[in-house]
Design a protein around this ligand. Structure first.
Ligand SMILES: [Fe+2]
Ligand SMILES: [Fe+2]
Length: 239
């Protein structure tokens, strides 16, 4: 069952709960002159995600397929999207494009440098290259500057079937998820390095109002405080 919820003006959370993983897999669709999808979901989810997008806009008009890092839940159905939407272009970090995406993808990606902006019409998305945060060398996040929405990929992950929106309780739920993972085959899901704390501090300084995480509820509230709290959780559980 794939759900679609408008979590900010013209920003839609598409979410599918996968019971085998006890995890929701989310994508974010932004309705603008140049529609943008952040994260595609795995290839197996493509029909469900495409139909969910169609509830909001014509999927063939998608212009940008952006994502954080090269993993199936981030960009597994990139080629399905490039086939369906003739004007669609992948957008990811320069490292992601050079190392993996341009070899995998039907068309070359737009290679985003740290600080570069994608303008989609009314909205501007600033790309921040965040190596190994949440994980992978190529990782990055998008920050929508008008409404201060941070598309933060695996950061703030919560397990289970969660409502579309949440608040301060999400940091504690993220801690529970990380502690549980550390005790099983998914241990070391997120690396903790010398740059983890400073990178999270850099994201907190953006003072986001919304943290659009791909696994679990989207956070609404004091995003700076939540990210600083999250940094302490990471240091505690992973450091
Ligand atoms: Fe993920
Ligand atoms: Fe990931």
């Amino acid at each position: 069952m794939t759900t679609v919820d408008e979590i900010a003006a013209d920003v839609f959370r598409i979410s599918t709960y996968v019971p085998e993983a006890d995890l929701q897999f989310g994508q974010f669709l932004v309705r603008d002159e140049e529609p943008l999808l952040f994260e595609t979901g795995m290839k197996a989810l493509f029909p469900a995600v495409r139909d969910a997008v169609a509830r909001v806009l014509d999927p063939r008009t998608l212009r940008w397929v952006a994502f954080s890092h090269f993993e199936s839940d981030e960009c597994g159905s990139l080629n399905e999207w490039l086939t369906l939407a003739p004007r669609a272009e992948a957008a990811c970090s320069l490292v992601g494009a050079v190392v993996s995406v341009d070899d995998f993808s039907l068309r070359p990606a737009r290679k985003l440098a740290d600080g570069e902006v994608i303008a989609t019409g009314r909205r501007r998305f600033r790309f921040l290259h965040t190596p190994h945060v949440p994980h992978c060398w190529d990782a990055g996040v998008l920050f929508e500057e008008t409404d201060r929405t941070l598309f933060c990929t695996d950061l703030l992950q919560q397990n289970g079937e969660r409502p579309p929106l949440g608040g301060d309780e999400l940091v504690g739920l993220c801690r529970e998820a990380l502690v549980a993972y550390q005790q099983g085959p998914f241990a070391h899901y997120l690396p903790y390095t010398r740059s983890t704390g400073p990178t999270l501090a850099r994201l907190a300084a953006l003072e986001p109002r919304t943290l659009a995480t791909m696994h679990g509820s989207v956070f609404h509230g004091d995003g700076a405080r939540a990210l600083r709290d999250l940094a302490r959780v990471y240091a505690d559980v992973l450091g």
